[in-house]
Ligand binder design. Structure first.
Ligand code: F3S
Length: 63
């Protein structure tokens, strides 16, 4: 599994980083999230799915 945040949709709600802090990083500049570019470790996949469900902007896509 890999995951991506759409920078045009992200509004900085931060719920992704709360659900999966090892996967999503919030920018100090604009508060928007980016996801790690590497394969998600299996033990974090459920946290990533939770992040996808919790994002109010539907900004997160599992690739
Ligand atoms: Fe952005 Fe959604 Fe996370 S709006 S900061 S991707 S919860």
């Amino acid at each position: 599994m890999k995951v991506r945040v759409d920078p045009d949709r992200c509004q900085g709600h931060t719920l992704c980083a709360m659900a999966a802090p090892d996967v999503f990083e919030l920018s100090d500049i604009d508060g928007h999230a980016t996801a790690i570019d590497t394969e998600i470790p299996e033990d974090l996949e459920e946290n990533v799915r939770e992040a996808v469900r919790s994002c109010p902007e539907q900004a997160i896509t599992i690739l």
